[in-house]
Design a protein. Structure first.
Length: 217
């Protein structure tokens, strides 16, 4: 079962986080924007309320929460009900797929990456934004997990774990960006975006599908 209960019960609290942590959100959005292709057919998996897809011009998403879909649609998106492990799209439909702060809620991250691989065109791109489980924010979230409204059942992957899962799903040419270098409650301006991982709490990895189109005989 998808971990949707907190999002169904507390959509207003979810939205309030972005207003309270405006510079954190803008830092994350900037890091994601640097990894997402500027053109092509895109899909956001785990679209939530459309906070990332909307500003990035991605109009199609999928999310298991009805309340999140409602918010995303108010931002001009078309959002279908469904889960990352079983995408309702044909093979090779998209140029890129985006996931932002979503993999920690997936039932099976490996299956989700395989599904994204399936629906991507040859040489398509998967972009995954996540809180690094080894980072200060990741450790703080894990420490307070049992008291958290949204993260009680979340799994915080490290950058190395995400890379391993991507490679097992046959993605290649991984490149990383990172941001959010300060405690969340001390961020008063947009944080820089740097290459790599290991310093910033929010990491964005871009991975490539290298499968070729079979040649007709």
């Amino acid at each position: 079962m998808a971990k949707v209960e907190p999002f169904e019960k507390h959509p207003d609290r979810y939205e309030a986080w972005f207003e309270k942590n405006r510079f954190v959100y803008e830092s994350e959005l900037r890091a994601v924007r640097g990894q997402v292709p500027q053109e092509g057919a895109g899909l956001e998996v785990g679209a939530g309320s459309g906070r990332f897809a909307g500003p990035l011009g991605i109009r199609l998403g999928i999310d298991p929460s009805a309340e999140m879909r409602k918010l995303a649609r108010s931002r001009g998106m078309t959002v279908l009900g469904g889960v990352a492990e079983d995408l309702p799209f044909r093979d090779g439909r998209f140029d890129f797929v985006l996931m932002v702060t979503a993999i920690c809620f997936f039932e099976d991250v490996q299956a989700a990456f395989k599904e994204s691989y399936r629906v991507l065109k040859p040489h398509g791109i998967l972009v995954v934004g996540f809180i690094d489980g080894d980072s200060p924010v990741g450790r703080e979230y894990r420490k307070g997990q049992q008291k958290s409204t949204f993260y009680r059942e979340a799994v915080f992957f490290t950058a190395k774990e995400v890379a391993s899962h991507l490679k097992k799903a046959d993605f290649t040419n991984l490149s990383f960006k990172q941001t959010v270098f300060s405690p969340l409650d001390r961020i008063r301006k947009v944080e820089p975006v740097k290459n790599g991982h290991g310093e910033g709490s929010f990491v964005v990895v871009k991975a490539h599908k290298t499968e070729e189109i079979p040649q007709k005989m």
